[in-house]
Ligand binder design. Sequence first.
Ligand code: FES
Length: 591
Amino acid sequence: MGVDRDQYSGGATSPSRGGNAVIEPDGVPLTLRSARWYEGTSRDNFIHRSWMKRGVPDDVFSGRPMIGICNSASELTPCNQHLDTIAEHVKRGIWESGGVPLEFPVMSLGETLVQPTTMLLRNLMAMDVEESLRANPLDGVVLLSGCDKTTPAMVMGAASVDIPAIMLTGGPMLTGRRNGVPLGSATDMWRMSEDVRAGRMEVEEFIGAESIMTRSAGHCNPMGTASTMAAMVEALGLTLPDSASIPAPDTRRLRLAHLTGRRIVQMVREDLRPSAVLTRAAFENAIRVLAAIGGSSNAVIHLLAMAGRVGVDLELDDFDRLGSHLPLLANLMPAGQYLMEDFFEAGGVPAVMAELDRLLDGDARAVTGKPIRDHWAGRRSWNRDVISTVDEPFANDAGLAVLRGNLCPSGAVVKPSAASPNLLVHRGPAVVFDDIESFKAQIDDPDLEVTAESVLVLRGCGPRGYPGMPEVGNMPLPVKLLEAGVTDMVRISDARMSGTAFGTTVLHTAPESSVGGPLALVRTGDIIELDVPRRTLNVLLDDDELARRRADWQESPPAFDRGWYRLYIDHVLQADRGCDMDFLSGPAGPW
Ligand code: FES
């Protein structure tokens, strides 16, 4: 796969001007941020150098860029466990180019283990990244991420500090096969668990798939949230080409790590910061790529939050305006058939961007310092079954649709490519659940009045109400309907949905019910009308009835009163604003 060996090396190191911290990139003097700690003869300078030396030669502290390697490796985050190995190869590139690598850990978020939901902690991890960068003598940073939230959290934190930053994601797992059939991590788990509930699969078979599904190091291998966010940061220009798709154990990822290490040193010399990469044009490119790859609905929230950190005025409606009419070019689970290993062999993100060429802004500047169109120059799909042409796509109008109506005045999203076409226009009676616990307690009750035409409504799962907006929007169907052969129903919530999941699920309904959004007013039996082509979602009640119900509604006190939970509940923004904290939006800088 064609990453040119020298293309991103940035050339030879400028010699240090020994004894001072000014280097000359292309003739332009640049004072290193780290010089504030290391340059001089004061007692503080002594302290800063002495404790860091530990065998390091003296000249390392003069004029050489100090490069942080912000590592989210953790044995509690299985998708990121291998990042320690990748970090070692990043270091080689940094040393080779004259920089000084300094690896440090940050909070890590493992999607499968963290309770109650990683989304509750994404902003906390972003704060950890931000303050770790700001507090330390770093001139640039390499961000190593993998599992779902680790990628946006790192970008958010680094964007706020705005020192030169480049990202390298850990890559997807290799494809596991059960009886010769590929298993998509998580996506096939959802399918198989429904098969068990419907009596179509034995529990022993289900458990037997555990080891097959997780075949190697790396993150989930469908186009779920981790793969989507890896593709988003590549499309934004925050990584070198192919970062998103090279499988985690492939040695070409180590080579990319080495090149990433080389490149960050040059980025410091060029003073190339996230604010120069994360422009409006870059976000518009990412939204278009998101549509073409059939990416996760979670990307909406993360891109909105990332844009907020650099002051780019991205709005929920931009996703519909820029992406909803675009064709689906990537035939990847959950919307399609293949997995990330196939995507890499077919050409990865550069092949998709090459196909979208005339729709993208190729002048947007990438971390290479060059126009991002250089990332896809000369690239094309090697397998049209996996990455198609715009003229012969796998589906039309594949991007996310943004809905409005009296149930979602601030918007809601639905992913038509993961939905059943016959349910995109639907009218049916609501079956309402006040929270996920009551949903679990009632959904398989044989006496529950529910049919295939019903609309399942789950509330109390928004950013403030849960808190943390968990991925429960793809509610399991009632077992009695599964046994009757029903495979999909319209489901509406203020929750999110795993990027590996599928179904006709309306998500991110805003404002959420816990702050008085209209979802709080719906009652079982009310008729709900979904019309995705017209972008509407309404409960068929007149304004007077809604006003009466609103007068009776009472806000519940927060369920948590201490620590991060309390801070989060008091300050988290709604889904249409990216669920960032209100006090973290907007550019900040390194100080
Ligand atoms: Fe980490 Fe899916 S659990 S990417």
